[in-house]
Design a protein around this ligand. Structure first.
Ligand code: NAD
Ligand code: MN
Length: 357
């Protein structure tokens, strides 16, 4: 049996209610998968900052680097006004572990969709573009002028496009293992850019992505491209058309949040932060102070994040089992949390998913 060591970073608020559910689903996977897990509890977040003066203790980073195969991150609260010394631990973790891809699947199931089923994933480059934060402001006779560097490198564009192609191939395999709702037969990657205006930066992204996806191993992947503004239009008009969308950092950020709005609740949307040989699963929602402590947080975003992490650790079969169980819970709609219009508690939703495993 393979044993995976998983770091658990619940963070703040409902992170502490949904991460234990993620742990339970890993512990409950069928033994036929030959997978074992060990866990290590790790700290990060605003509470940690208030107690220790840092939002991301060195011990958390060191343990992840030295001991862990993957991790689950809940959510952190960010103060609404700037607090000296505080900065987001997940942003720092992405840097320290070189988690260069942010992966956000958006999926409806037959039961939770009011139209055609959506099943797409946005693969966002996570290390460069305008987010290198090299900004300057200067005074001119006409007033202030602020400028920012938009950095696009061949290396980062190559690795994000390669991982997008790999995700497309893997999704095809998972679809085959769990023929639940999808009607798609062919894996597809849509390259998003604005190279008609930004011919050098986005031009380099586009050209490199084209080259990455022309590799022999992606010969079964349909590759197309779309200018980002028309991408937004089509994403909202015809979301069922898409499979994998790959984008530079800023466009990917915007498309990810937009796409999340296509499904019923934030409580359903997972994500993963991925580097070479490491993945952190993370629900897209925040710490939800309005429902904290009530035991009604929807655990599904976390359960899907667990599956997503497993995909990147090479455990596609285990991931497919979790996806199938979650989809069945949503389709049957007997145990839905209040954000989905139901009455079930976090524990009841979890129990229903575990029963289906
Ligand atoms: P939020 O995602 O925490 O909550 C938005 C709304 O969605 C709330 O009404 C909440 O109750 C609901 N919701 C979110 N997750 C849910 C779930 N699993 N089940 C049921 N309902 C759910 O966003 P916010 O209210 O804007 O931010 C709250 C705090 O979280 C802030 O401090 C913010 O900085 C932080 N935040 C953190 C992250 C992160 O850690 N990645 C992301 C967004 C916001
Ligand atoms: Mn964002």
């Amino acid at each position: 049996a393979r044993t995976l060591r998983i770091g658990l970073i619940p963070g703040d608020g409902i992170g502490r209610e949904v991460i234990p559910a993620g742990r339970r689903v890993l512990e409950s996977l069928p033994s036929s998968l030959n997978l074992k897990f060990s866990f290590v509890d790790l700290e990060a977040g605003y509470d940690t900052f208030q107690r220790t003066g840092t939002a991301l203790p060195d011990k958390t980073v060191d343990t992840l680097k030295k001991e862990c195969d993957g991790a689950l991150f809940g959510a952190v609260s960010s103060p609404s006004t700037k607090v000296a010394g505080y900065s987001s631990p997940i942003v720092a973790l992405r840097k320290k572990l070189d988690l260069y891809a942010n992966v956000r699947p958006v999926k409806t199931t037959a039961g939770s969709s009011n139209g055609k089923p959506i099943d797409l994933v946005i693969v966002r480059e996570n290390t460069e573009d305008l987010y290198v934060k090299e900004e300057t402001t200067r005074e001119t006779p006409e007033g202030k002028v602020a400028e920012a560097i938009k950095r696009i490198s061949e290396r980062a564009s190559m690795r994000i496009s390669t991982i997008a192609g790999e995700i497309a191939l893997r999704r095809q395999k998972i679809r085959a293992a769990a023929p639940a709702t999808s009607t798609r037969t062919e894996p597809m990657v849509t390259i998003t850019h604005k190279s008609n205006v930004l011919s050098q930066t986005d031009g380099l992204f586009r050209e490199t992505a084209r080259r990455a996806l022309a590799a022999e191993k992606f010969s079964s992947v349909l590759v197309e491209e779309q200018i980002v503004d028309s991408m937004v239009y089509k994403l909202f008009r015809q979301p069922e058309y898409y499979d994998v969308i790959v984008a530079p950092n800023l466009y990917g950020d915007i498309l990810s949040d937009g796409a999340a709005a296509l499904v019923g609740s934030l409580g359903l949307v997972p994500s993963a932060n991925v580097g070479d040989g490491f993945a952190i699963g993370e629900p897209c929602h925040g710490s939800a102070p309005d429902i904290e402590g009530k035991g009604i947080a929807n655990p599904i975003a976390t359960l899907r994040s667990v599956a997503l992490m497993l995909e990147f650790l090479g455990e596609e079969n285990a991931a497919a089992k979790i996806y199938t169980a979650v989809d069945a819970n949503l389709d049957e709609a007997k145990f839905l949390s209040p954000d989905m219009g139901g009455k079930a508690t976090t524990q009841q939703v979890l129990d229903d998913v575990l029963k289906r495993l």
